[in-house]
Ligand binder design. Structure first.
Ligand SMILES: C[C@](O)(C(=O)O)[C@H](CC(=O)O)C(=O)O
Ligand SMILES: [Mg+2]
Length: 305
């Protein structure tokens, strides 16, 4: 029983994650806004965990415009990777600078125990891929970013995914050319950001028949939400739900706060809350008795519940 570290060594987790990407079934990666959420994702039976840059920023009450640092992102990624045996894919934005920084980013994220990261072809400062007015760097610059990232990698199973934000800027055919160049530079997977329709996804898959492809099913953005089954049928290998758990939680937090303010009690919310007993299960609280028999004293039904 590993209470403070992974049960599975990082090399094996990366191997399993890469195998899940290559498997006939699409790998579904919900975003974890905290280590505890990563535990829920694992227990729910998903193939991997995503760590979103937008969520790390939002958690700090910051917009997603490249204000967070490599140190902050690697720290959060490490905290999340430590509590799950699933592979963790991390949003590394633009690599926090130019090619040399992208190389350092990969080294840091490997040390953080994650299974891979994605680097995007936006300029610094970047913005959410689903907003207008994005700018991208030239293909040559992004190729250097990817090549630098690949050169810094020590574990060949660490996945380096190239994200292209160029669809909204240059059109889908230009994106296809970029994807080919990024694959030639050593990228293991392509993240096609902000495609609009199912037809776009099909068109892209058709043009790039062999590479691993990742779809972003973020809400309220430019992309029509497609189910995992549809994406799998199109031939995508992975799908992220990057901000979903945060949006759900914050939606509930805001509604509950308004009600508590109005009625002076949270009583009406009890059956929508995670129960104390479920929280303790997720925390594996009882297992800490291995250190001291008197640590876990909770018994369901003996309290106000
Ligand atoms: C995937 C993403 O890069 C993220 O940081 O989670 C965001 C998600 C979002 O803002 O909805 C993006 O698509 O740019
Ligand atoms: Mg992001």
């Amino acid at each position: 029983m590993n209470l403070f570290s992974n049960g599975v060594d990082v090399g094996r987790r990366r191997q399993a994650f890469k195998a899940a990407l290559a498997a006939p079934h699409i790998a579904r990666l919900p975003g974890a806004f905290s280590p505890l959420v990563a535990r829920s994702i694992e227990e729910a039976g998903f193939e991997g965990v995503y760590v979103s840059g937008a969520v790390i920023a939002a958690d700090l009450a910051l917009p997603d415009i490249g204000l967070t640092t490599l140190t902050e992102v690697a720290h959060r990624a490490r905290q999340i990777a430590r509590v799950t045996d699933l592979g963790v894919l991390v949003d590394a934005d633009t690599g926090f600078g130019e090619p040399m920084s992208a190389a350092r980013t990969v080294a840091e994220l490997e040390d953080a125990g994650v299974a891979g990261c994605h680097l995007e072809d936006q300029v610094n400062p970047k913005r959410c891929g689903h907003l207008d007015g994005k700018e991208v760097v030239g293909t040559d610059v992004m190729v250097r970013r990817i090549a630098a990232a690949v050169s810094a990698r020590r574990d060949p199973n660490f996945v380096i995914c190239a994200r292209t934000d160029a669809a909204g800027v240059e059109g889908i055919d230009a994106v296809i050319e970029r994807a080919k160049a990024y694959l030639d530079a050593g990228a293991d997977m392509i993240f096609t950001e902000a495609l609009h329709s199912e037809a776009d996804f099909r068109y892209f898959r058709h043009a790039i028949p062999d590479a691993l492809l990742l779809a972003n099913m973020t809400e309220f953005g430019k992309t029509t939400l497609l189910s995992a089954d549809v994406l799998e049928e199109i031939g995508y290998n992975a799908v992220i739900y990057p901000v979903t758990t945060l949006r759900i939680a914050m939606g509930q937090v805001e509604q509950a706060l308004a009600e508590i303010k109005e009625h002076g009690t949270q009583e009406g919310w009890l059956d929508r809350m995670q129960h104390r007993s479920r929280l303790y299960e997720l925390l594996r609280y009882e297992d800490y008795n291995v250190f001291d028999q008197h640590i876990f004293t909770y018994r369901k039904g003996e309290n106000n519940e």
